[in-house]
Design a binder for this molecule. Structure first.
Ligand code: FES
Length: 159
């Protein structure tokens, strides 16, 4: 779960890696483990404490898919982008999901409910295209099935 940035805790995390700029990737992973994402404040503090420019840190954050810069949603929808799923239409399915959620990959819907992420093979190639929602894998997902799955996980938030 995403929690608010705390400069004291951030300093502790950075010190665990001896403030070494060459350990930037490990520092960023530690931030994602702690906060669920790497905020703009975190990027600023990491850059200052590792004696790097913000552009350096931004460059690494944007290079790796694991480092999201916005808080994760309550649910994560991962659409497989690997070969077997692509051959069965996962790109079109991704475009459909982006339209439905009004976001692009690596982002979270405005209501904070759903994050959309790529994944590279879910071990379900025989039933492609495959999608994982939270911890559950679904096979042979078309646009209609994806809509139902997303609506169901959004509905599960209702009191
Ligand atoms: S390629 Fe998508 S599940 Fe293997």
């Amino acid at each position: 779960m995403a929690i608010k940035h705390d400069t004291g805790i951030a300093t502790e995390i950075i010190h665990q890696f001896d403030s070494k700029p060459e350990l930037l990737v490990q520092v960023l992973h530690a931030f994602v483990d702690r906060y669920g994402f790497v905020s703009e404040e975190a990027i600023r503090q990491i850059a200052d404490e590792l004696n790097l420019s913000r552009a350096d840190v931004h460059g690494v954050v944007s290079f790796y898919h694991d480092f999201r810069t916005t808080p994760p949603g309550k649910h994560t929808v991962m659409i497989c982008q690997a070969e077997a799923c692509q051959a069965m239409g996962s790109r079109e399915l991704t475009a459909h999901a982006e339209r439905k959620l009004r976001i692009e990959m690596h982002n979270t819907s405005e209501d904070g409910n759903v994050s959309l992420e790529p994944v590279y093979c879910l071990g379900n190639c025989a039933c492609s295209p495959a999608v994982m929602i939270d911890d559950k894998v679904h096979g042979r997902v078309d646009a209609g099935k994806l809509d139902k799955l997303i609506d169901a996980c959004r509905g599960s938030n209702d009191e």
